[in-house]
Design a protein around this ligand. Sequence first.
Ligand SMILES: *Cc1c(COP(=O)(O)O)cnc(C)c1O
Length: 399
Amino acid sequence: MDAKLMAPGAGGACADSVCAEGGTEMDFYEEVGIAPYINAHDTYTVYGGSRMAPQTLEAMAQAARHFVDMEELQRTLGQRIAQMTHNEAAFLCNGASAGMLTAAAVCMARGSMWRFSRLPEIVRGTAGEIVTLHCQHNAYDKAIAASGARVVEVGDADETPVYELEGALNENTAAVFYFASALYARASLPLEEVIRIAHGRGVPVVVDAAAQLPPVDNLWRFTQMGADLVIFSGGKTLCGPQDSGLILGRADLIEDCIRFGAPAHGVCRSGKISREAMAGLYTAIKLYLQTDQTAHTAQLRQMNETIARALEPLDAVARTEIVPFGPVGQTYPRLFAYLKQGIDAKAVRDAMRKAHIYIGIEPEKNAIYISPLNLSAEEAVQVEHCLVSVLTAGPETRP
Ligand SMILES: *Cc1c(COP(=O)(O)O)cnc(C)c1O
């Protein structure tokens, strides 16, 4: 299939008001000889994450035109974001990963510039341990250890006994890091209980909620439950700059994020965020909060349904299903197509990739899935046509 036919077109990606009008930005990629893809998989960083709204891009362009005092910009946008998200305070950085590193460093230093400045070295008085739940171990938690903390895991793959969490907490514990994802609920302890136990020992709780949007009220739900700091990625469903992230929470800890976090010298410096990305993140959050989430979800569901109707009659497809949640429990709908025996989900994914379309698979269920989050209406039609043609193609989709 001709890659040019598969180029992203104009149109709403996430929603009319959120990520609308991607635009046909062929010129730059043409110049450098990179063929663009359609992202029907999800907001994965390896494909570029999500698509920013024109208002977001415009705010970034405006921010680029002038110089400002970066601390003033950080404080001003932080205050506005905090107010919009019903939080005490907010800190902007270049990703959720940097947010985790910054939160770890702040909790370890306990207000001391000297202790902070020595990180990742643990000097006298530094709280050198961070407790995590083993069952929540994930690809992103290296950001915690990057602070210099010794990560102390409690529990196992099946359960997290309360006595293990209680036993792990001591005077060297900087924080408990909690990965908010419905997927780990079975073996995990509820966040409320972790907060109760940790706060009983005077230990703060930091929540990695990087991908936990929607629902939109997660922006304040975890902090209202008592979490001390909560971290979100700016470049996923928020549709902010791919290199942006957010820490929300306690005013005194956010004050230390401003003191110790980028651009301050030290272990967090790699979390540096530009004024353009700050303006973009702020605007993306504003748009996200203005979005009618019910209407947006209905729009995504409709895209799924349209594609499902095209796939249902195909011989290769056993059945389709619209699941009402994202890969880590977010509340947006995805379309699954379970393939008949003899049709290989991996081969279908590879064939789609050759046509410059990313889709997801669950090999153990021999299923393919698509997430319409990043699709314009025009792209959704291309995805549908290409899926139909790949699934009816025959030999190359057989293992
Ligand atoms: C995506 C993600 C991160 C990292 O977010 P970035 O903004 O890409 O740095 C961290 N934790 C979890 C659980 C994530 O899903």
